[in-house]
Design a protein around this ligand. Sequence first.
Ligand SMILES: [Zn+2]
Length: 161
Amino acid sequence: MKSRVNKAEVAAKPRAQAPTRAEAQCACGAVALAIAIPAQWAWHDHSPASRRIHGAAYATYVGAWKSRVQFLRGEDKLTAFAEPGGVRRFCSVCGTPVTYERNRAPNNVNIPRALFTSGTGREPRYHIAIDELRDWAYLGEKLKPLKGFPGVVWTGGRKRK
Ligand SMILES: [Zn+2]
C-alpha cells in the first residue's frame, strides 16, 4: 500500500516524547518546583507525624534525589519545621507541605504526590507505618449517592467505628 503522507511532512512533525520532568506547586502557587522523572520512588506514609502535618488519613510522597529537584519559584517563601526525624518545609503563604527531608536519607527529598500536576514515573507501591492506618481511612468501600445531597456519596447505613 502506498502511503499518502509526504515524507517532508513526517520529518517536520515533532515526535511525541516522554516527559523528562514533573512539576509540582502549592495550593496558592507561590511555590513551584520540578523534579526529573522517573522519580526515585513513591510511598504512602501512615506515620502520626505525617498524618497530622497533612491533616489527612495518610500522606503519599514522591521521593526524588535532591540533585534532581529544581525550584521554579518561591523557595524563599518556604518555612521550616524541624522534627526528630527530619525537616519539613511549608509554603509560608498558604501552608501547603512542600518538602519532607528525612535524616536517614540525606540525599533524598520527599514531595507530596498531590502537588504534582502530572505523572512522576513512579506509582506509590510502598507503605511506611502501615500499622498506623486509621480505621476511618477510605479504603475503596462501595459508595452510593446520598439522597437529597447532589455530589455526596456514602457507604450506607451500616455501623462504623
Ligand atoms: Zn502556597
